[in-house]
Each structure stands twice: as structure tokens, then as C-alpha cells.
Design a protein around this ligand. Structure first.
Ligand code: C2E
Ligand code: CA
Ligand code: CA
Length: 553
């Protein structure tokens, strides 16, 4: 045989099989075929068995390295058992009548076979490692797998018309409590497998951990997936069933969306998911531009709030309350404005964000403190002073020191209690209702007036109002008569609310009155106090002081 050619081929095989990246299978096969021909081998075949027992029962996989079509007798066998018990066997055959191998050729053949066996083992192990890399202990693929698949799909241009989702089983801890841990696991598996069926072929599902999963499926299947997510009954014992549903954030990849990286999809489904968790109106929320803006805003507020407060960037603006009979200023509401980097940020931008946590409580006391400081100044300068109302968010209600805290600020500046009014919104829960009732009672006894803010929005009821000793009802602008087609009826209804409130001993003030026409309606309905653009917008303290000095319109 041509020694030179043999050495070249063998060296090439070694370099292919010890390559650090993926095996070049076609090149390996053609090099093996070349070597087989040189060594007069008619067929080379390798077997892989998970363990010796499977080898005994011939239950394994086989790889044909070369086959001339005339194998006859085995001339060499190499068998290796790996440290974890896998068995790899390589057999080489010669055709009938072929020249027997020389001693040196036998040696060379064995070298080639050892090379194959060792490297098959290596590739097998890397497959196992690969599996460990992409699967969790319960057999679900993990986030790394999800990302890899998305990258591969993007490369192949197969990401269009797909929908991605991040889901969480709703109240899964309750499910576990109700059916027990192991039945809970079964419920989870069954529910998830229904999700998988709904997604159809070619879909992806990976587990983030616990009862959190990410999905990717054809948008065509959206309706079916939504149906499963919105709830289904899952069997867990012979005849026991439990209702399971999910909270989900979704993102539908549009035709023009070029998904720069898998994280891009992830960010979107998480943003939508967090919105779904937050708002308890919709369990499934789709990612939109608006959600993204909210997220940016939320990040910005979180980032800048602490600095803003310590730099005194939050300013008190005052909006006069007017007695429409005398056209005089009878009070004002303190409203917060955030001036950051010369830009005025309206409350709608940051208050809801601060109300998600407890930062709002700090801001409310900051506002009360600044208001009291202003009033102190006016009193000391002998200026005319009117009662100022301060908004206290419901988020403060849980605090047992709330009343003491409010009073300590008012008293720190020795403000006559009648000059402060506290605006609170109604509550929906029983616990909050009790806290609210106690607080209003305490303030009442201390001579601090209280008003029901935003009356008419949400769950307002006169009955609820009756049970708490409020002083003022602030009628929200959304209930002001404004329907041109049904004006008369709306005015009558509004008038009833005003007189019912008066009958209960409450003062009424209408918020958001913008036009002279609306002002006339207020007169007609007997609503004597108004706060709105028709008189003034909220204004900085210096301007408000001028208004106080004038005192009327
Ligand atoms: P709110 O307590 O209902 O305050 C009244 C809102 O109506 C103010 O909005 C005011 O500027 C606006 N408004 C007054 N007159 C008119 C009008 O004629 N037309 C229209 N379209 N709007 C009018 P603003 O200042 O943007 O405040 C929005 C909300 O932010 C407030 O609603 C209140 O819930 C909250 N907020 C503001 N400052 C504070 C604060 O210091 N603490 C707390 N907890 N909430 C605050
Ligand atoms: Ca208010
Ligand atoms: Ca209001």
C-alpha cells in the first residue's frame, strides 16, 4: 500500500476528529472510505449502546462508515466501555477473496477504529452536555434553548407571523394548596401540554422556572392558545377537576419587524406581562407602543424621583376654589408639579407610578409640609389666607400613624387647623373603608376638614358617603352635564346629587368647570363652589399670592 497516501489520509482524519468545533461529517466519511479502500476493507460499521445490557440485546444505534456492498468476514473489532457505561463497538469487514491484512495493516486499521470509537464517545458526550445545557430537570427546555431557537429561526427567516408570550399560571399556589403538591405538579404538566397542543406543530415552549413559561407559536394559532390561557378545567385525580388559567404578556411579530436579537422579544413580552399582572382587568395583555412609553416613563420616574425630592424639584401649584355667588376665592387645592431639568412634568406622568409603591406617601407629606410653610409665610406677612386642600393618596391609609403624622406637620408650623383640608378618594375594600372612616373621624375632631375627591368616578355611592363624616363632596368633571342631546336629564340628575349632598350636610364643589355655560349650569343646580379653568389653572405660589391679594374675579 501507498504509505504516504495512508499517512496523509490518517492525519487528515485525526485533524477532522479532533476539531474543536462541529464534526465535518461528509469529509470524515469520505476520508474513512479512502482509508477503507487502502486497507482493503469492504465495510466499516460502529455501534453505540447505552449500557452492556443493551449491547447484549442488540439495542443500540449503528453508524455505517463505509460499505462497498460486499462485506464477508469481520477482520477487526475494537470495543470500548466508557466511564459512564456506554459501549461503543467498531467492526471492519473484508470481502470474500480479498488479500489478508499484513501485520502493519492490522495495526493501522486498529488505529483508525480507535480513532472512530474515541471520537464517537466524545460526540455523544457533547450531545449529553448539550442536553444538560438546554433542558431542565423536569424535561422542559430552558430560556437558553428559547433564545437559541429564536436566533436560528431568525437566521432562517422563520420568525414572521409568530407570536411570543410569557405566561404564568394564575394563582398556582392556591392550586397547590387545594390539590396538594404532587397533584399540583400533574395539573401543571397537563395544562402545559394542552397549551403545547393548542400552539400546534413547530412551536416553542421553555420554562423560566416554577410555573413561568415562554412560548412562541404561529399567529394563526392565537385564538386557540388564548382559549386555553383564559381557562380550562384540568383533571388531576380519577374524577377530580380544577379550573386553571394563565396571566400572559404577548407580542405578535409583524411582517416588518426585524427582531435584532432574542432579548428584543423577551423585553416586549415581559413588559406586556408586567402590565397584565398590574392591571387586574385583563389577564392577557399585548405589547403596544403605549406600553413601552409607560415602561420608559416608569423607569425614568424610578430613576429620578429620589434625586428630585432631595433637590426640591417638586413644586406646589395652587388652583383657586371659587364661590360663584360672590366670585371670591374661598380656598385652593395644592397640586404637585415636577420641574426636572427645566421641564414641567404633569402629575399624570408620575403620580400613578409613585402610587404603585409607597413613594407617594413621602411626596404627600412633602406637599403638606410645603403648603404649611407657605401658609405660615402668608400669615406672618398678614396676607389674606384661605383654606388649602392637600391630596393624600389612599396608599397612606395602611399606616397607623397617618393622623399623628398629618397633625405633627400642621402643628410644626402652628397652622390653624381650619386652614387645612384633606382630600381623599373613596375606597372599595372593607379594610380601607375602616381605616378611612377612622382617619376622617380623627381629622374631624381635630378641626381639619375632609373632602371626598373624584366623586362620580368608580364606585361612588351616597350610602358610602353617609357612613363617613365628610365635609365636602368634590364632584368630578366626568359627571358634569355635557351631553347636548340629553342636557335636561343630565342637569336634573346632577341637581339631585347636589341637593342630596346638601341634605347630608356636605358642601359641594364642582371640579373641571371650563366654560361660562357650565358655570350657568352649576348655578342652576345649586352647586355654589367651583374649581376649574373657567377661573384659573393651577399656578405657582407667586401668582397665587397675587390672586389671594385681589381675592375675587
Ligand atoms: P385631582 O386631585 O382630581 O386634581 C384636579 C385635577 O383637575 C388637576 O389635575 C387639575 O389641574 C385639573 N383641573 C382643574 N380644573 C380643570 C379644568 O377646568 N379642566 C380640566 N380638564 N382639568 C382641570 P392635575 O394637577 O394634573 O392633577 C392630576 C391628579 O394628580 C390629581 O387629580 C391628583 O389625583 C393627583 N395629584 C396631584 N398632586 C398630588 C399630590 O400632591 N398628591 C397626590 N396623592 N396626588 C396628587
Ligand atoms: Ca384632589
Ligand atoms: Ca379630583
Amino acid at each position: 500500500m501507498d504509505c504516504r497516501a495512508y499517512h496523509d489520509a490518517f492525519e487528515h482524519l485525526v485533524s477532522l476528529m479532533t476539531a474543536l468545533d462541529e464534526f465535518d461529517i461528509p469529509d470524515i466519511l469520505s476520508t474513512l472510505a479512502e482509508l477503507c479502500k487502502m486497507l482493503r476493507i469492504s465495510k466499516g460499521i460502529t455501534y453505540f449502546y447505552d449500557n452492556p445490557e443493551k449491547e447484549q440485546h442488540c439495542m443500540g444505534e449503528s453508524f455505517v462508515c463505509y460499505d462497498s456492498g460486499e462485506p464477508h468476514v469481520i477482520v477487526s473489532q475494537v470495543r470500548q466501555v466508557t466511564p459512564i457505561g456506554n459501549v461503543i463497538v467498531s467492526n471492519a469487514y473484508q470481502a470474500a477473496g480479498a488479500d489478508a491484512l499484513t501485520e502493519q495493516e492490522r495495526y493501522r486499521l486498529e488505529m483508525v477504529q480507535r480513532m472512530i470509537v474515541t471520537n464517537l464517545n466524545r460526540s455523544r458526550q457533547s450531545r449529553i452536555v448539550e442536553q444538560l445545557k438546554y433542558w431542565d430537570e423536569d424535561g422542559y427546555t430552558n430560556l437558553r434553548y428559547y433564545f437559541k431557537q429564536i436566533s436560528d429561526m431568525k437566521e432562517a427567516g422563520r420568525l414572521k407571523r409568530k407570536t411570543a408570550a410569557r405566561i404564568n399560571i394564575k394563582h398556582f399556589s392556591l392550586v397547590n394548596q387545594q390539590v396538594g403538591r404532587s397533584a399540583g405538579d400533574m395539573v401543571l404538566r397537563r395544562y402545559i401540554s394542552t397549551v403545547v397542543t393548542a400552539m400546534g406543530p413547530g412551536a416553542l415552549i421553555s420554562r423560566l422556572g416554577g410555573d413561568n413559561f415562554v412560548l412562541l407559536f404561529d399567529t394563526d394559532k392565537l385564538a386557540e392558545v388564548m382559549r386555553v390561557l383564559s381557562g380550562m378545567s384540568v383533571k388531576y385525580d380519577d374524577d377530580q377537576r380544577i379550573e386553571v388559567s394563565a396571566v400572559a404578556g404577548m407580542y405578535t411579530i409583524s411582517e416588518s419587524d426585524n427582531v435584532p436579537h432574542p432579548g428584543y422579544i423577551m423585553e416586549r413580552i415581559i413588559t406586556a406581562y408586567l402590565a397584565a399582572k398590574r392591571e387586574n382587568t385583563n389577564d392577557v395583555v399585548f405589547y403596544t407602543k403605549k406600553l413601552e412609553e409607560e415602561r420608559q416613563r416608569s423607569l425614568l420616574v424610578q430613576k429620578r424621583y429620589k434625586i428630585g425630592i432631595s433637590n426640591e424639584e417638586f413644586k406646589v401649584y395652587y388652583q383657586p376654589k371659587v364661590d360663584i355667588e360672590t366670585k371670591t376665592v374661598v380656598g385652593a387645592e395644592a397640586l404637585c408639579r415636577w420641574i426636572s431639568d427645566g421641564e414641567l412634568i404633569p402629575p399624570a406622568y408620575f403620580i400613578p407610578e409613585l402610587e404603585r409603591g409607597l413613594d407617594i406617601c413621602q411626596l404627600d407629606f412633602y406637599m403638606l409640609d410645603h403648603v404649611c410653610w407657605n401658609i405660615r409665610g402668608w400669615l406672618d406677612e398678614g396676607m389674606p389666607v384661605v383654606p388649602i386642600s392637600v391630596n393624600i393618596s389612599r396608599r397612606n391609609l395602611f399606616s397607623p400613624d397617618l393622623f399623628t403624622h398629618i397633625m405633627s406637620i400642621i402643628d410644626k408650623y402652628s397652622i390653624p387647623h381650619r386652614l387645612i383640608e384633606i382630600e381623599l378618594t373613596e375606597t372599595t375594600t372593607d379594610v380601607e373603608f375602616k381605616d378611612l372612616k377612622r382617619l376622617v373621624g380623627q381629622l374631624q375632631r381635630a378641626g381639619v376638614a375632609t373632602s371626598v375627591d373624584d366623586f362620580g368616578v368608580g364606585y361612588s355611592s351616597l350610602n358610602l358617603i353617609k357612613q363617613i363624616p365628610w365635609n365636602v363632596l368634590k364632584l368630578d368633571k366626568s359627571i358634569l352635564p355635557d351631553d347636548e342631546n340629553d342636557m335636561e336629564r343630565e342637569i336634573r340628575l346632577f341637581g339631585y346629587i347636589v341637593s342630596a349632598a346638601h341634605e347630608m350636610g356636605l358642601k359641594c364643589i364642582a371640579e373641571g368647570v371650563e366654560t361660562e355655560a357650565q358655570l350657568d349650569i352649576m348655578k342652576q343646580c345649586g352647586c355654589r363652589y367651583v374649581q376649574g379653568y373657567v377661573f384659573d389653572r393651577p399656578m405657582p405660589v407667586s401668582e397665587f399670592e397675587k390672586r389671594l391679594m385681589i381675592g375675587n374675579y
